[in-house]
Write a new protein. Sequence first.
Length: 262
Amino acid sequence: MILCIDVGNTNIKYAVFDRSELRVSFRVSTDLKRTSDEYGAQITDMLSVNHISAMEIKGGIFSSVVPSLDYTIEHMLRVYFNIVPKQIAPGMKTGLRMRVDNAHEVGADRIVNNVSALRKYGCGKPMIVIDFGTATTFNILGSDGEFIGGVIAPGIKGALDSLVSGTAKLPRVEIEAPKSIIATNTVTNMQAGIVFGFAGLVQYIVKKIKKELKTSDVLTVATGGFSETIAKETDCIDVIDRMLTLDGLKYLYDLNSSEEVV
């Protein structure tokens, strides 16, 4: 079995694959103060609940946008699973061609998402891969599969946190669409601004990308925690794939492993 880990600024996502079959996936909050032992105890407990022993894990791979946790996660995998994990980093074989100013600046999660989208949905036309994470990222892939650039916008949760922390009376609300854009109380006013505002942001950015690509025949794939919420409010998202990053990690593990995957 192979353990795949996506370390994000807000959450850490885990998945265990038995060959090509997904056995289990779950997520926990990212905590910079947590030690490798704490992460190890947490994940082994989660696996035990799903009837998976640490001894069954034969390999691992992780991507991270939190450099301060890289050693913590790597050390945890070495100690608790006795494996030397692969990490998404410059020099790893991905098969992704990048036409950007500095390929080393591109986040590991964006690389994994692009590779995964091409493998799962590549169809000989341009693609836009949107990740609704701590930041909202747009990745543009040409019809030949080359990564040609992107957009980074604020994340939905971060925008809400900023709104709440920067005001004296606005409450924290659930991120969901209200019944009407013309909201009648403080909670629905905020929900309308956040959800419909971000739907408009996504719609406009996708429209501008298509204009610069000089084609409307573009496949848009969305992933991340709020992808379904925003997709319901816009017609520019074609595919929602919550497992895009973890599937991509498993593919890259196989691509970079000379050993038989068990």
